[in-house]
Design a binder for this molecule. Structure first.
Ligand code: NAG
Ligand code: NAG
Ligand code: NAG
Length: 456
């Protein structure tokens, strides 16, 4: 059973009663960073004043926290393999003895290890259908030339009209999906999925004959992927030893950063995606500049974490990023990062369990949603993550262990807005999900590499 400590404020009663009917869930916490002084005690007001003085941006901070206590009903066998792997990720044997890095592919199958340096963008499944893979890459190139539409926050939000059909389920990678990215194109649904073994599958959901094709640019779980918002012909992908940029115009997976540490996640620091903040399982963060030659980071900074699982850059004030891992969730200012002795701008306290993810809300960044892990999977690279719908300021999406299997959308009040399920077609947990930035499209990935696309 997951236990969480709360810092509940006035809205707790309402929130709790909404949530308590929902079982089998990880701990979701929602922090709201308010900009008003209402409802604050004298102490909070004083604290607030301190914070204001420290950083103008966090002009006022009040944390509301929502936690769902839940039963940890994970599938045992699966946990075992994940835990074993993650021990390896840490380069620690179950006995605690450090060991050298090993490739992530399951032992039974022999794969050549992917070498360092640039790799050609050649599909693995070439047998006779290389033309189809070529078509797929051409599609990616074509849709990336289009100027992205202006951000439109107020589009019609019709969760009820989004459905799953048989055509929209496909096995895209071989093993468990650990990360996904969706191309911003509004004409073609083009999805990338990264798996536990280092594969990246690309799928054009709108043209079944192009199929899905697999590339192997990594040796370890692909834990984080983003299309560059500046140039979506670039797909950046991260696994524990490297950050790569798949550039379809040159048909190559370049190496941007190679690390002796175990990288966990990254996010772009600027709109033009030339620099990124990269989190590290060992706790530190690194700043990477894609324009500098070489494959080392510009700066590695100890932020005092035991483990950093996710990093996320504030959508408006891009000098701020939030790091989460272990029981720490803290906001830092990248301008003041130094190798040691870094102090957070703000800490979101209250987690007693390992935190799987923390993300700013997409429009204002005034809210943060976190998931804390109730299962003893604290080393797993492929955990549940709650992600914001990039089109909305106040809705987030998270996979669920509930039956029937479903993907849930919550409002920031804690209200369950919608459950995506399909009794016939969705029979598994989708722990990794991605939402299209401008269209009503949701994709859930499962433990056997299958993607499920809910769309209008
Ligand atoms: C505000 O800051 C002062 C000085 O740093 C400190 O002594 C005090 O405890 C802080 N008050 C609150 C409520 O955080
Ligand atoms: C990206 O944006 C940053 C900050 O706005 C700027 O300093 C930099 O020159 C830009 N880089 C490119 C390649 O446009
Ligand atoms: C993944 O999804 C597919 C299709 O929905 C399903 O057949 C398969 O059993 C699922 N895998 C797992 C491990 O649940």
């Amino acid at each position: 059973l997951c236990q969480c400590s709360f810092i509940f404020k006035s809205s707790f009663q309402l929130v709790k009663s909404t949530f308590s009917s929902i079982k089998d869930k990880n701990c979701l916490r929602l922090y709201a960073i308010y900009d008003g002084y209402s409802e604050l005690s004298a102490y909070e007001r004083k604290r607030l004043k301190n914070i204001t003085e420290n950083a103008k941006f966090f002009a006022a901070l009040k944390l509301h926290e929502v936690c769902i206590a839940s039963k940890a009903k994970a599938k045992k066998a699966e946990d075992e393999t994940v835990r074993r792997r993650s021990m390896r990720l840490q380069r620690v044997e179950p006995s605690g003895i450090p060991m050298p890095k090993m490739p992530a592919q399951p032992e039974a199958e022999e794969y050549p290890q992917v070498p360092a340096g640039p790799l050609p963008m050649v599909p693995e499944d070439q047998m006779g259908n290389s033309k189809l893979a070529e078509n797929l890459l051409t599609t990616w190139m074509r849709i990336s030339n289009l100027k992205p539409a202006a951000k439109n926050w107020v589009l019609s939000y019709s969760l009820n009209s989004m459905v799953l059909s048989e055509d929209n389920i496909k096995k895209v990678v071989k093993y468990r999906v650990c990360s996904m990215a969706i191309h911003p194109s509004e004409s073609i649904i083009f999805i990338a999925a990264g798996d536990k073994s280092g594969q990246i599958g690309l799928w054009n959901n709108c043209k079944s004959e192009e199929g899905a094709h697999v590339f192997i640019p990594h040796n370890y779980p692909v834990t984080c992927m983003h299309f560059s918002p500046f140039n979506p012909a670039h797909l950046l992908s991260l696994s524990s030893d490297s950050l790569r940029c798949g550039d379809v115009t040159r048909a190559v997976f370049d190496e941007i950063c190679r690390s002796e540490e175990d990288l966990s996640s990254f996010d772009f620091l600027e709109d033009n995606a030339s620099t990124a903040i990269v989190g590290d399982w060992d706790g530190s963060v690194a700043v990477v500049d894609r324009r500098t030659p070489g494959i080392s980071s510009e700066l590695s900074a100890d932020i005092g974490f035991k483990r950093t699982r996710t990093v996320h850059v504030h959508p408006v004030n891009k000098q701020y990023f939030i790091a989460a891992g272990s029981v720490d969730v803290c906001i830092y200012d990248v301008r003041y990062l130094k190798p040691n002795g870094n102090k957070p701008v703000s800490s979101l306290k209250g987690h007693t369990r390992s935190v799987a993810s923390a993300y700013f809300s997409p429009v204002t960044g005034n809210r943060v949603v976190t998931v804390c892990e109730c299962l003893s999977l604290s080393f797993s690279p492929c955990l549940f993550r709650a992600i914001w719908d990039p089109k909305q300021e106040d809705c987030f999406v998270v996979g669920s262990m509930a039956q029937p299997r479903q993907i849930e959308v919550f409002q920031d009040t804690g209200k369950l807005l919608h459950s995506f399920y399909n009794l016939d077609l969705l029979s598994s947990v989708c722990s990794i999900n991605v939402v299209h930035p401008s269209k009503n499209i949701l994709v859930g990935g499962n433990a056997s590499g299958r993607l499920h696309v809910f769309k209008e």
